[in-house]
Design a protein around this ligand. Structure first.
Ligand code: CMC
Length: 428
């Protein structure tokens, strides 16, 4: 290998592959000519070493535990910014001026309602339906009501589709929750900011005046910011993959919602609380459950621990842990689940198994505890994650479309049967 290329010796020949530079972090080997030149492809299960794109949106260093949105460290963003500003930053690449901020916020408010017919769709789901399944279906169904968002041809059309999606998705998130509670469905209130508007739409009761609690709004704002983007994770890669076929934005986001639902990804925040409740019910012996997590013959894993990229403390988990302490203190909540979480964290951080494998608490370990303290039901946690991740999904989709990335289409190494002749059913 020299500084700017890698040399591959194969079958008596030598091939050169250029190195693609980065601003910071991993550089890559451009192997786009590999198959044509050598007849070989690469195999990288789970894409642990594969760069799927070149991006300018989010940077994370898993060894150092660093996360930047458009170059700004997450710690500064979480402390000083707000979710609407973060959405703008991710989508447009720069922090907005005062005028740009108001214009963005006003554009979102223009679309702060959802076609009434969609209520009929939500009516047909059973109340017990998981909100993520309902959310994914409704997001895809939104396409029918906003056909322009299907076939975007310019940056302007793309930005319009993004603002529509941002406005309407918050309704769908609120509605899926209200469905599970049997509550009437509300439209937005344009006198409020994005997070307040969502909070009121989701949690307003029909029989009393709604009280906006600034502690809850600030906590929600911070959680949404922390989830806003995380480069090429499973759901974002899904959104990009679906969008690479020039599928519309809403249908691509709907696929991202489904990917996020899984317990190894966004569904982990729900799985963490379920695990803490299970440990509590079982008598609260944390050591027993840590031993189960380490046992290779037991499928149990400590939910909320470990990360594909972070081999250090997830910087979002550090911020969220502090926020969890503050919020529980402010709201005066004593939570047994939180006590168990703290014991689990301590045992796991001191245990050789977790240290060796660099398994630290991740963002989902603490986010569920905050949502629970805010009175949000467990099944809604992943919906909250989806609301936060939305600007990341859209920004990555927009970047891919504007750069004209080709359709995503991985190869495979086939190890099935070689060619054989069909045998009639009577002779099998
Ligand atoms: N509990 C016990 N052992 C674990 C855990 C865990 N939570 N996570 C990883 N390991 C072990 C795993 O068994 C393996 O051990 P060995 O080397 O002896 O075979 C080693 O650590 C490496 O694990 P891996 O599964 O190869 O790592 P991965 O990068 O493929 O998976 C992960 C990452 C997040 C899927 C995994 O750590 C996990 O399942 N964690 C629990 C679920 C979770 O909290 N997910 C949320 C992730 S953060 C938010 C998000 O992405 O949405």
């Amino acid at each position: 290998m020299s500084d700017n290329k890698v040399i591959l010796n194969y079958d008596g020949k030598s091939f050169e592959y250029p190195i693609v530079d980065s601003t910071i972090g991993d550089r890559g080997i451009d192997i786009s000519k590999l198959r044509d030149q050598t007849g070989l492809i690469t195999l990288d299960l789970g894409y642990k070493n594969t760069g799927a794109t070149i991006s300018e949106i989010t940077y994370l260093d898993g060894d150092k535990g660093e996360l930047f949105y458009r170059g700004y460290p997450i710690e500064q963003i979480a402390e000083k910014s707000n979710f609407t500003e973060v959405m703008y930053l991710l989508l447009h690449g720069e922090l907005p001026s005062t005028e740009q901020f108001s214009s963005f916020e006003n554009n979102i408010k223009k679309y702060n309602f959802v076609a009434d017919e969609l209520k009929k769709l939500i009516d047909v789901f059973p109340r017990s339906a998981h909100p993520m399944g309902v959310l994914s279906s409704l997001t895809s169904a939104l396409t029918a009501f906003n056909p322009k968002a299907v076939d975007v041809k310019s940056k302007e059309e793309l930005d319009l589709a993004a603002e529509l999606m941002i406005a309407k998705f918050s309704h769908l998130c609120a509605w899926t929750y209200r469905k599970t509670q049997g509550l009437p469905i509300n439209h937005g209130d344009n006198s409020l900011n994005y997070v307040e508007n969502f909070y009121k739409m989701a949690f307003r009761l029909p029989n009393e005046e709604f009280q906006m609690d600034p502690v809850v709004v600030a906590a929600l704002d911070k959680l949404l910011i922390l989830h806003a983007d995380h480069e090429q994770n499973c759901s974002t890669s899904t959104v990009r993959m679906v969008g690479s076929a020039h599928t519309g934005l809403f249908a691509s986001i709907s696929a991202g919602v489904s990917a996020l639902w899984g317990p190894l990804h966004g569904g982990a925040n729900q799985a963490v609380i379920e695990m803490l409740e299970l440990i509590e019910k079982d008598g609260g012996d944390v050591n027993k459950w840590v031993a189960k997590a380490k046992d290779k013959n037991d499928s149990f894993r400590l939910m909320g621990f470990g990360h594909r990229v972070y081999k250090n403390f997830d910087p979002r988990a550090k911020i969220i842990k502090k926020a969890a302490d503050d919020i529980l203190g402010k709201l005066g909540i004593q939570d047994k689940a939180l006590d168990i979480a703290m014991q689990l964290e301590k045992v796991a951080l001191e245990d050789e198994y977790f240290i060796e494998r660099k398994l630290y608490p991740n963002v989902d370990f603490y986010s569920g505890i905050i949502y629970r303290a805010l009175g949000i039901p467990t099944e809604m946690f992943t919906v909250m994650f989806a609301l936060g991740r939305l600007p990341g999904w859209i920004s990555q989709w927009k970047e891919m479309r504007l750069k004209g990335d080709p359709i995503g289409r991985p190869r495979q190494i086939y190890q099935g049967s070689p060619m054989r002749d069909y045998v009639d059913i009577s002779k099998r």
